[in-house]
Design a protein. Structure first.
Length: 388
């Protein structure tokens, strides 16, 4: 195996694998290095499915990025035998006048002229009988969005990148970096590798290793539990047009997916779980009493027909920035190093366009996408870093 490349990508998960594909597509000699063997269960991409929304409650600035991401997912599905996307539609709802998340989702749809339906409590119950909500709830349904099959997305990008000549070095943790304006060197237990350019997208491990590049970004990994529950298939199956969903409750935001092929309704708690270290976080579902109890409390109140037997549970990691916006930018000192970090539990849907963006940044120093909100030097990060 060669030890010198045009670009090295450290962290070949969601963002990194996509970046590797876009680089290899241009004939750029690329090495992707990962501490595991992607797709894997140690980061933030496993668990089979992820929601892709276009009307965005986290900020209307995300909408163009989401729409470009959707275009790229469609392109990927045409190039691979893997199933990438299913258009289930996405339903977002919460108490009228009390949910900033629902209000911003509606405003994002309005500003960007997205196709949506607006509903209130009784109409919501009538359209989807499996949902129980108070009359004072309102909702926005986006029919053109839906569900990504996350592990398939990474498999597809990996297969295409390797077919284009990219090399993937798995089960290899990076121990240290050396960077100059002309050359980067990564050190691993399997040897050292060099390149002119570097992309760093290590997920939860960014919080531990970015300091070796002289970068301080306040990042905190969180343990997140997700459960699949036996559900009434006549109400909650993708075959009966039950949508993916996000619900803003007094206890925080929950999200979930219809049952695909009888796998059960999948539900997770989006509001952050237990803070921890990615190397020592307990990855066993049920290790904390609230893993299942919290999800069942939501189901009992809002989707009682899906509060059946636990089919399976899993644990993944969110890595949160102080303002919950991403970091996608060039290194403050080295223009040959691009960084992607802090996707705060809502990044996977963008991994296609993040990969495209990273490939542009590291090869040309700029990108066609507006990523100003993701600046590594934004005030929220500087202030949090100064507080320690």
């Amino acid at each position: 195996m060669s030890t010198h490349f045009d670009v090295i990508v450290v962290g070949a998960g969601s963002m990194g694998m996509a970046a590797g594909y876009f680089l290899s597509k241009q004939g750029i000699k690329t090495l992707l290095v990962d501490a595991f063997d992607p797709p894997h269960t140690k980061g933030s991409h496993h668990g089979e499915t992820r929601i892709i929304r276009h009307a965005y409650g986290e900020g209307r600035e995300y909408v163009p990025f989401a729409l470009r991401g959707q275009e790229l997912w469609y392109e990927l599905e045409k190039k691979t035998h893997h199933k990438i996307f299913t258009q289930t539609g996405v339903l977002v709802y919460g108490p009228k006048g009390e949910s900033d998340f629902v209000a911003e989702t509606m405003e994002a749809a309005k500003v960007h002229s997205l196709t949506v339906d607006l509903l209130e409590g009784e109409g919501l119950n009538e359209r989807w009988p499996g949902i129980t909500v108070p009359d004072n709830f309102n909702a926005i349904y986006e029919p053109n969005s839906g569900v990504l099959f996350s592990e398939n997305c990474i498999r597809a990008y990996r297969e295409l990148a390797e077919a284009n000549g990219a090399q993937v070095l798995t089960n290899t943790a990076v121990e240290d970096f050396e960077v100059t304006e002309d050359l980067v060197t990564i050190h691993t237990a399997k040897g050292s590798y060099t390149a002119e350019k570097l992309i760093v997208s290590m997920g939860a491990w960014n919080s531990k290793l970015l300091s070796k590049l002289g970068v301080t970004i306040p990042l905190q990994p969180y343990r997140q539990a997700v459960g699949f529950f036996e559900a009434d298939e006549s109400l909650y199956s993708s075959n009966v047009d039950f949508p993916a969903f996000m619900v803003d409750t007094t206890n925080g935001i929950y999200y979930g997916f219809p049952s695909f092929g009888g796998c059960g309704l999948k539900v997770g708690y989006h509001t952050f779980g237990q803070a921890g270290d990615p190397d020592t976080i307990n990855r066993e579902f049920g290790a904390f009493s609230e893993d299942e109890a919290n999800l069942r409390k939501f189901l009992a109140e809002y989707m009682p027909g899906a509060n059946g037997k636990l089919i399976k549970g899993s644990v993944c990691i969110y890595t949160k920035t102080p303002d919950e916006h991403f970091v996608i930018d060039l290194h403050p000192e080295y223009s040959n190093v691009a960084i992607a970090a802090g996707f705060s539990g809502h990044g996977f849907k963008f991994s296609s366009v993040v990969g495209e963006t990273l490939s542009q940044l590291v090869t040309t120093g700029k990108t066609e996408h507006d990523i100003s909100i993701f600046s590594i030097n934004r005030p929220a990060l500087r202030e949090a870093a100064s507080r320690g």
